[in-house]
Design a binder for this molecule. Sequence first.
Ligand SMILES: [Ca+2]
Length: 338
Amino acid sequence: MYVGFVLVLWPYVESSGPLYLSDEPQFFGFEDDLNSVSSVQGNPMVVTSPSASESKAIGCQNQDYVRWNLGTPSRTLDFGFKIFWTKLPKEAKESLIVGEIWGEDYSGSWQDIFSTNLFCDRSGYRLWCLWTGVPTGHDRCISSDIVSGLETNRWYSIRMTADLKKGTYRVYMDGVLLASLTDIVVPDDVYIDFIRLGGGVRGEADFITYFDDVFISFLGPMPPDQQWSVQITSSIKESTNPYGVVNVDSNDNLTVNALQISGYVFNVWIFDGIDYSSNSTITIPAQSKGTQHALYAVFTNTNPKLISTYNWLPFQLIGLIIIGIGGYLLWVHKKQES
Ligand SMILES: [Ca+2]
């Protein structure tokens, strides 16, 4: 009977295993609750308000976090998310980690590859810094004008890029490059193994931070000197012009077209994780040289099939059959006893 019960519930508690990166960004909006993450710590809450898009987001309080484990460790990562702070560090030694990219060495020890952290120093002065602990500690702080202008109770888009081959780490907010760590010599045997959001809070016990619209992919190849690059992908392959990685001279704009595809309608462009435009033709203004960007075209199927809604049905039926057989055997057994 117990086996039957577990099988009936199984489709509801299924959570994803490791994440396999590809050039196409994978999006996680928490609409399927926490099934898209590899593991959680504490009690991250799935909430309907605030949400950055669609119906749900997650909230992490204090040491709660969500984590995605990479099925194949990577030397590059393009990681974006929307963040909503309800409280920022404001007293000496309070801190709040914004996003973290970790490796694991051969002994299972965590390697702090790249994190970005908001904190107050001993005098209560708020800083927002990038940090790597590999091979030795390096940090770079974001300009104090930006830090002092941060607001609570609104959404920001954050993007963190890591290229361990070039030793380059960057943080963007709402499409603007905030700060970089460059020319870090990363040993060849260091790889990104997992990513975390939430957690890492020190201070009072009421830091609640919400996250939504997480995207994760490989980072495209570095552009040549004096150029910027954008990796153009789409929910339907080859449906934009141009498609793939495009390098652009540092002073030049780039115009991109979403094509008309039978059975689909163009929905929106997402640039570095931000909903950019619903016009099918857009022009991206010149970006800082040496920076790598991600542009994703979302198409919607005009004739959606509802198959996925019923994916759980076979498992449910197997569970019911096993319950039925178990009940029958129990009945036969009782009948023989009596
Ligand atoms: Ca969402």
